[in-house]
Design a protein around this ligand. Structure first.
Ligand SMILES: *Cc1c(COP(=O)(O)O)cnc(C)c1O
Length: 410
């Protein structure tokens, strides 16, 4: 079979994004029934009954005292930071995270300080806290990248020595854990994302998990403009209220999650088997604890014979829209890079590993999932066999990855 970059027919006839929503037929049926109820009750938003039910279900699921549900994880992070009084100073975040983790620091008046990562877990390296310590440091904010839990016990210990707050971006970590401890399990506030591409979705949405009832109450006020009573505004709030329609979708999805996780686990297992023999393809280590298997990153090592970007370009031509999460790292994103005189400060581990990473789809649009895995893996094997030509094509004909016109996720 000829590779698409050399004129062959693409492996997939339609574009195959990485972040396809995961929605089962029975989830849709339950959702429709719940929506009917929303209209019967005629309660559309503002602390509605379905929002409360979702909050209860989540606090039980994550074994925390409080789950505060909001419109997205970006606002969830903002509400925690405001409620914790973080409005100046510096906040350590790993460079390998979604850009919102950094942006929110600036939105509340703080400055993100980008830290290097452990190349094996892809998470914040706890030793970075000491290296980056400055007097106006106020918080450290790790991310559980791809649901592999950051080393929170060590991070919390280091943070304590410097009197820093710890807040955790658990956007990827729904139903993930390490040694039995999942989001919310270490006693620091953590926030989840329910964006359409995530393991658990409410179209858009997010939640904060905390055991602190005062913090939860404050965040519930903040999400509703700061109202503490009918005519009493106690704080500079914002509108971060989840609608009943979104909460209904969340409630409808909950009963499907075990089966969803199992489906994705089989995809992971199939990839692990079919990619094992391909020279230069290294797999990510998910053996730490429970994972939701939403993401399947691989690393294109030098021995593959073609660069990661050449492989990325070739796969896009096959209609496989693999992604380089979170390349090039927040510290190299133009908005932040230009703030550093002389350009971004290198973070050697992140710079290296983010030059190799590719995230593969874990669910497929036009095929049964395991058939999709097989086609993609066969294609990667063919790319490896043709590696010198793939690299040459990329250098001569395009020179940079053209990731325009993405229909990456919906
Ligand atoms: C998706 C994501 C976010 C942002 O979530 P939203 O709900 O879209 O605001 C933050 N951090 C990480 C690591 C994410 O993957």
């Amino acid at each position: 079979m000829e590779l698409a970059i050399f004129g062959g027919k693409p492996v997939f006839s339609e574009t195959q994004p990485v972040g396809l929503p995961l929605v089962e037929n029975d989830t849709i049926e339950r959702y429709h029934r719940l929506l009917d109820k929303v209209f019967q009750v005629n309660f559309l938003t503002n602390d509605g009954p379905l929002l409360r039910r979702l909050e209860e279900a989540l606090s039980e699921r994550f074994r925390v005292k409080q789950a505060v549900v909001v419109t997205n994880a970006t606002l969830a992070q903002m509400l925690i930071m405001r409620a914790e009084g973080i409005n100046s100073g510096r906040v350590i975040i790993p460079t390998n995270t979604f850009i919102s983790t950094a942006h929110v620091c600036e939105w509340v008046g703080a400055v993100p300080v980008f830290a290097d990562i452990d190349p094996l877990t892809l998470n914040l390296d706890p030793l970075e806290i000491r290296r980056l310590a400055v007097p106006d440091l106020v918080a450290v904010m790790p991310t559980h990248v791809f649901g592999v839990m950051a080393n929170l016990p060590t991070i919390i210990e280091e943070a304590k020595k410097l009197k820093l707050r710890v807040i955790c971006d658990a956007a990827h970590a729904f139903d993930c854990d390490a040694g039995g401890s999942g989001p919310g399990g270490c006693g620091v506030p953590e926030f989840l994302s329910f964006h359409a591409t995530k393991f658990f979705s409410t179209f858009e949405g997010g939640a904060i998990l905390t055991n602190d009832p005062d913090l939860a109450r404050e965040m519930r006020e903040l999400r509703n403009f700061g109202f503490a009573g009918i005519d009493d505004v106690s704080a500079l709030g914002i509108n971060a209220k989840m609608t009943e329609a979104a909460a209904a979708f969340g409630l409808a999805s909950l009963p499907a999650l075990e089966a969803r996780r199992e489906r994705l686990r089989l995809v992971h297992a199939a990839y692990q088997q079919s990619l094992a023999g391909i020279q230069g393809v290294r797999l990510h280590d998910f053996s730490q604890g429970k994972n939701n298997h939403r993401y399947f990153p691989i690393f294109i090592e030098d021995s593959f014979g073609a660069s990661r970007d050449a492989v990325c370009q070739a796969l896009w031509q096959e209609n496989i829209l693999v992604r380089r999460y979170f390349y090039p790292g927040c510290h190299r994103m133009r908005y932040y890079a230009r703030k550093t005189p002389g350009g971004p400060i290198p973070l050697p581990q992140a710079d290296k590993v983010l030059g190799k990473i590719l995230c593969l789809p874990t669910s497929f649009a036009e095929l049964p999932d395991l058939e999709g895995v097989k086609r993609l893996s066969d294609c990667l094997a063919r790319l490896q066999k043709a590696a010198p030509a793939v690299e040459k094509y990329w250098r001569e004909y395009s020179g940079e990855v053209n990731l325009e016109n993405t229909e990456e996720s919906h």
